[in-house]
Design a protein around this ligand. Structure first.
Ligand SMILES: [Zn+2]
Length: 210
């Protein structure tokens, strides 16, 4: 078999989905990459596929002992979309999770892994996608000084550019809201502070509460 396959979809780093069958990477072979069915142990399935290294052609295919599972494939697609979204936009993990889960069929939604575990994983992926902070050469510029789109505003309010960095983030909109608030809540945290920094201190106000 040597066919173009537009529906080879890279999932995470190690999986592909082809026609609702999910395969996990097994090994490099002389003519490409070999993947075996994820049901190999559970269903004793010998299904496998060998694809070229650019993942555009199926080179060899071994039949499965079971039907494809469109719900499992949906879950894989959803988890992959969440991982791409968490890296490429600024939505919070809850929103990224909800956006994809809302698209799922009922059967697929039941197969989703535990929500808290997924969100924890998304937070880890996002943190790993950020550049490593070096306190010696720490320069904030470009998109790191702005709020997210679509209503992009200046977000870096103060930076003393010292080795003992003290940085303040505040958008014009948030400062306006802060100035009009009767109560301000203050909270400091050390544990969730980015590496290289000592403390994250946040001011909160009540906004548009009925
Ligand atoms: Zn199989």
């Amino acid at each position: 078999m040597d066919s173009e396959c537009s529906d080879i979809i890279k999932i995470i780093k190690t999986k592909v989905i082809i026609n609702d069958y999910i395969y996990v990477f097994q090994k490099n072979v002389s003519d490409g990459l070999r993947y075996t069915c994820v049901q190999r142990k559970k269903q004793y399935c010998k299904g496998s596929v060998t694809i070229n290294s650019s993942k555009t052609k199926i080179l060899k295919f071994q039949e499965h002992s079971h039907n494809p599972d469109s719900a499992e494939a949906e879950v894989c697609h959803a988890l992959n979309a969440m991982k791409e979204n968490i890296i490429n936009n600024f939505d919070i993990p809850s929103k990224v999770y909800a956006k994809e889960v809302n698209k799922l069929t009922d059967v697929a939604a039941c197969l989703m892994p535990n929500e808290n575990n997924v969100k924890r994983n998304l937070r880890r992926i996002r943190n790993n996608s950020y550049p490593t902070i070096s306190s010696k050469e720490f320069v904030l510029e470009g998109k790191w000084t702005m709020t997210a789109e679509p209503n992009q505003q200046k977000f870096l309010f103060y930076d003393n550019q010292s080795i003992n960095s003290r940085i303040i983030f505040a958008s014009p909109d948030c400062l306006e809201i802060l100035s009009q608030s009767d109560h301000v809540f203050m909270d400091g945290t050390f544990s969730s502070c980015p590496k290289g920094f000592y403390q994250l201190y946040v001011l909160h106000v009540i906004y548009k509460m009925n």
